[in-house]
Design a protein around this ligand. Structure first.
Ligand code: NZQ
Ligand code: ZN
Length: 395
């Protein structure tokens, strides 16, 4: 077991009608002038933005608003938010939406705490953040886990670079999670979300680090639960219990719990997917489903005991009379069958993209630049040529 820090300062307020508490919660955390940040249409269409504004008005909290955050959120929108928040003297940022809105809010919050510096430098890893304004969310999609995570992922739409910056100071103050708010999601987004939730735990599970029995059992339980309820939601999107199970899983999968003692995690699939997002603007969870099976087949021999355990304990493979390799491969195959059952792709063709050899090299080179030391991964350490090989397998 490795040493670890577990830091989850986010207050979770979970359940029906909890969005009504937003004004009181902002006051509790010292917000006195708020930027309400949201996405394209859904939160306006559902009436949620109006409800949030009313809740703030009831507490006499002044607010300004900025919508229009797109999935794979843009640096340009972040800059717009910085200018607006500065001019309005904002001291608290409320994201109403999913990972894209929360990440855009976090980036604005970093910038406001250090207004003389360009926030993109954080994502280029040329400096560390000095501070971060308080951020909180009313969550409308169970997926990215940004509502409790220390991570922030922004796309520079001019260069096509999708980059992350991680720092505990950006962990949100509170997260309001009403599973009913996710019932308006298109099934594709629900299932891409479930895929992302699982991947956040799988990235921490497939490592060469030590294992911690408790962490592994939590991870496996979370994965089985999300699989079960993702399938239920595929048939019955208005099922409250299923929405609630998946929503709570989204936070626990990415707040650090399912990685304690496991040496940090692999995150190669995420790094590879971020390049696909930067170049082709794909839905993050679907992009992960398209790359994971190829990643898994490329690396499983180097991490065989973990792949065998995964196959047996998560995918229900019966190991009797089979070699360890066969068990591991059957587990990967069963994962693909699951992706298909919930309408997710298992390769780039099914995702709807067809990168050329040149584009694959470009993505791999960009991935190398985005990595700290020119390589990614833990289950198997991957270099440029490995990344190219995985992209080609996934094509
Ligand atoms: O813009 P609107 O109209 O709201 O539509 C959104 C968007 O099109 C829609 N949506 C959200 N809630 C809805 C809804 N539609 C109907 N009803 C609702 N209740 O769903 C679409 C996707 O929203 P988005 O916020 O992009 O989803 P998600 O939460 O999956 O976030 C994805 C982003 O988070 C990043 C991803 O890379 C991607 O940029 N990630 C952030 C992480 C973090 N900060 O910890 C970790 C993840 O690994 C991930 O990389
Ligand atoms: Zn993710």
């Amino acid at each position: 077991m490795f040493n670890f820090n577990y830091y989850t300062p986010t207050k979770v307020v979970f359940g029906k009608e909890t969005e009504k508490q937003v004004g009181r919660l902002i006051k509790e955390f010292g917000g006195s002038r708020v930027l309400i940040h949201y996405g394209g249409k859904s939160a306006v269409r559902s009436g949620l933005i109006n409800q949030v504004k009313e809740a703030l008005d009831n507490e006499q909290i002044p607010h300004v608003e900025l919508g229009g955050v797109v999935p794979n959120p843009h640096l340009g929108k972040v800059r717009e938010g910085i200018a607006l928040a500065k001019a309005a003297g904002v001291d608290f940022i409320l994201a109403v939406g999913g990972g894209s809105v929360i990440d855009s809010a976090k980036a604005i919050a970093y910038a406001l705490a250090d207004p003389e510096r360009d926030v993109w430098e954080l994502f280029q890893h040329t400096r560390k953040a000095k501070g971060c304004l308080p951020v909180a969310s009313v969550l409308t999609i169970a997926a990215a886990g940004s509502e409790m995570s220390n991570s922030c992922v922004i796309t520079n739409e001019e260069t096509g670079e999708k980059r992350s910056y991680n720092d505990d100071i950006a962990r949100p103050k509170f997260a309001i999670m009403n599973p009913e708010l996710t019932m308006t999601l298109p099934d594709y987004q629900t299932q891409a979300g479930a895929t992302d939730i699982m991947m956040h735990t799988m990235e921490r599970y497939f490592t060469q680090g030590g294992n911690m029995e408790l962490t592994d059992e939590l991870a496996e339980g979370l994965l089985r639960t999300v699989m079960k309820y993702a399938e239920i939601l595929h048939a019955d999107p208005a099922n409250y219990e299923a929405r609630a199970e998946v929503m709570w899983a989204s936070s626990l999968a990415h707040n650090g719990l399912t990685g304690c003692g496991n040496n940090g995690g692999d995150f190669a699939s995420h790094m590879l997917e971020h390049e696909m997002g930067g170049m082709f603007d794909v839905t993050h969870g679907a992009g992960l489903a398209a790359v994971w099976p190829s990643w898994a087949r490329y690396v499983y021999r180097e991490d065989l005991p973990r792949f065998v355990r995964y196959a047996v304990k998560v995918m229900g493979v019966n190991p009797a009379g089979k070699t360890e390799e066969d068990v591991a491969l059957e587990g990967i195959h069963k994962m693909e069958e699951f992706y298909h059952r919930i309408g997710m792709p298992v390769n780039m063709r099914e995702l709807g993209i067809a990168p050329t050899d040149e584009q694959i090299r470009e993505m791999a080179e960009s991935c190398v630049r985005a990595s700290a030391d020119g390589h990614i991964g833990s289950a198997k350490v991957l270099y440029l040529e490995d990344m190219i090989a995985i992209y080609k397998m996934a094509r």
